[in-house]
Design a protein. Sequence first.
Lengths: 468, 60
Amino acid sequence: MVLAQDLSYLTIAGAAAGLRTKQFSSTELTKSQLDRILALDAKVNSYITVTPEVALAQAKQADAELAQGTARGPLHGVPIALKDLYTTKGIRTTGHSAVLQDWVPDSDATVTTRLRQAGATLLGKLAMHEFAFGGPAFDTPFPPARNPWNLDHITGGSSSGSGAALAAGLCLGSLGSDTGGSIRGPASLCGIVGLKPTYGRASRVGVLPLSWSLDHVGPMTRTVEDCALMLQAIAGHDPKDPASANVPVSDYSASLKAGAKGLKLGVPRSWFAEGEGTAPETLAALDAALKVLEGLGATVVELDGQPFIDARAANTTILVAEAYAYHEQNLKTQPENYGSSVRSRFRAGALISAADYIQALRARTVICATVAGMLETVDAIVSPSSPAPAPTFADFSPDSMFKNPSFTNPYNLTGLPAISIPCGFSALGLPIGLQIATKPFTEALTLQIAYAYEQATDWHTMRPSLAA
Amino acid sequence: MDLATLKQIDALTAGNTYDDATFEKILPNFQLYLEAREKLRALPLGDIKSAMVMLAGGVR
């Protein structure tokens, strides 16, 4: 008999093995997660909506199918949760905003459907930054998620609930979304794994948009192997998404164990000193990680950091202009239903001129070509994921985001796949993340390098101490 | 950029009226975007054309 507590931090791969060998049932696993959510989430605030009836019905169905020998794959019977911008048929989808507080969609997002078809059980919908923008706010209908490593600290965002729930053992996998770093930021600050796939790799149909040309959806998990399993379930062409790429989907688990030997890694080190720079302990963790990768047989070379620094202005301009276009009507008719931070940031987007937007698109062309050229000389580009560990809520300032390097947004601008994995802890015990980016549609390589590093270290085995 | 100028520009563009407290919160965000504009204008873009949405990997 397995105790409920023992199931809390199961990996997806571990859960699949346990279900296959009948060590526990999907119903037991799902119930243990629901119990843990009930016991702990009042501290973490990672869930907006918990869906026990849905989860247990899906678990019951999974158990019946597994008993009959019908196996849908590694997610079959595994409890997951979704950032609350994925539409879910019959389950409210709020975007963490009063604007959509009571909206119950009548259809699923494409990736929601794919996860249902893969047999995952849905524990609920997760907190986020309002409409995937801004920062943690206290004037929205739901409280901001808190960092399980220290509840006084933020999680990063905008996939804040996804990062918090995984770090706290409140789901086995999640989907986030990423327009400037919203998967990789919280992954970094919460000590988990988050992958932003190539632009067009996973469908965004039924996902609340922030910025159409920068939005990506992707998996957030506790291990790289789990990330590969979730990406496998959601990747693929969707003709309903005009940006969806009709490119064959790789087997993301097949080459996980191929190692890092012989790979050339580029490090754009001058980028790390942009503005007020990167925290010394983050740089130390990066250097230690690079030594580990060199020890695995990779070589490290320096790259020019300027294109990555230039990316921010283009990314910010495109994002805010597109976001305002989407929210324009609601900002006029119901501004009071937006939190003040996100309303102000969206609303300022009204003042970006067409010429500014076009200049940003032209800069995007140059930066895409420059970074593509770099990836002809190296296999991957490595950097920190975030310039510093998570600040406290009291110390967090949205303006601070512009004072330090943004390590994530260049890969939204270029559409390249990029992953954040744990690579250390600060003196205060807060996680630090390592980012690895590769060529378009080479997620298998991104995951391979990440897995090699992960297996050579034990950061991914660390857990916060959250008393039940 | 001061508050009065922001309100004038806003009246000519978005055209709806917020109270001063809201505009005071919008102002620092707009100033950040103005900084981004200056950085974009400083880039040597030459005769580079606009790419509306990048073609990921050029394979679509």
